[in-house]
Design a protein around this ligand. Structure first.
Ligand SMILES: NC(=O)c1ccc[n+]([C@@H]2O[C@H](COP(=O)([O-])OP(=O)(O)OC[C@H]3O[C@@H](n4cnc5c(N)ncnc54)[C@H](OP(=O)(O)O)[C@@H]3O)[C@@H](O)[C@H]2O)c1
Length: 211
């Protein structure tokens, strides 16, 4: 797939590298000149390239957004037309004071994002763990992969994102429409509060067990 990444810090960089190494055509968006994070991400894989943000988005089928939540409005509003019909993978989380929900749990960050780019197919994914698990999703002592819960309204978009989740080393678990994003954001806060504030190791993930 043709994929663009906006934001290649702790979250975007490892995902971009995994997808490039899996054979996808991955372009990193240069939103400012001399970005240290873009330079560091490019160094991860010879298969990665970078282009100005408008150009990167124009030529992509799937756009990953992995930026600080507060920056999303400034970044996405001007791109709304070029995002029409494309898949927008929302890796961002609105986090408020004291590790609370940044939109006071009244609305999900992903639904807000959808309002900025109404014709994009927003899929929330790659949010429920810390970056350590995006760097290395391998838990070799177990016969299952870590579960990656994801949601969105468009079935075809979710099928494609599900295959990207698989390429990044996770088991895709479709939890429903974008209305579920608020619950995923709370699930993220659960993990973050356990690990960043509660003393758990970051090497902890959820698994989907079925019978
Ligand atoms: N860290 C985690 O463990 C984790 C896990 C799951 C989800 N998340 C969520 O993922 C998102 C990214 O987190 P992160 O930890 O990867 O952040 P990060 O390491 O600080 O990286 C942020 C990236 O966004 C870019 N950026 C910042 N402002 C921008 C703007 N106005 N326009 C374009 N690009 C901009 C930065 O580029 P420059 O370097 O050029 O400024 C950088 O590449 C956040 O919403 C976070 O809540 C984080």
């Amino acid at each position: 797939m043709k994929i663009a990444f906006i934001g290649v810090g702790q979250v975007g960089a490892p995902l971009a590298a995994h997808l490039a190494e899996a054979g996808h055509d991955v372009v990193l968006a240069e939103s400012k000149e001399g970005s240290a994070s873009v330079a560091a991400a490019l160094a991860r894989s010879k298969r990665l390239s970078s282009r100005p943000v408008a150009e990167a988005v124009r030529s992509a089928e799937v756009v990953f957004l992995a930026t600080p939540f507060q920056a999303n409005e400034t970044i996405v509003r001007p791109l709304a037309d070029s995002l029409a019909g494309k898949i927008l993978v929302d890796c961002t989380n609105p986090v408020g004071p004291g590790l609370s929900h940044g939109l006071k749990s009244e609305r999900s960050g992903s639904e807000f994002l959808q309002s900025l780019a109404p014709q994009a197919h927003v899929v929330k994914a790659f949010t429920i763990y810390g970056f350590e698990n995006f760097e290395n999703p391998s838990y070799p002592a177990y016969p299952v992969k870590p579960a990656m819960f994801f949601c969105g309204n468009d079935r075809a978009a979710k099928e494609r994102v599900g295959s990207l989740i698989n390429d990044c080393g996770f088991e895709p678990v479709d939890v429903g429409g974008l209305v579920q994003a608020l619950h995923l954001e709370h699930m993220t806060l659960l993990w973050v509060r356990m690990v960043r504030a509660g003393g758990h190791s970051p090497n902890i993930v959820w698994a989907a067990l079925r019978r």
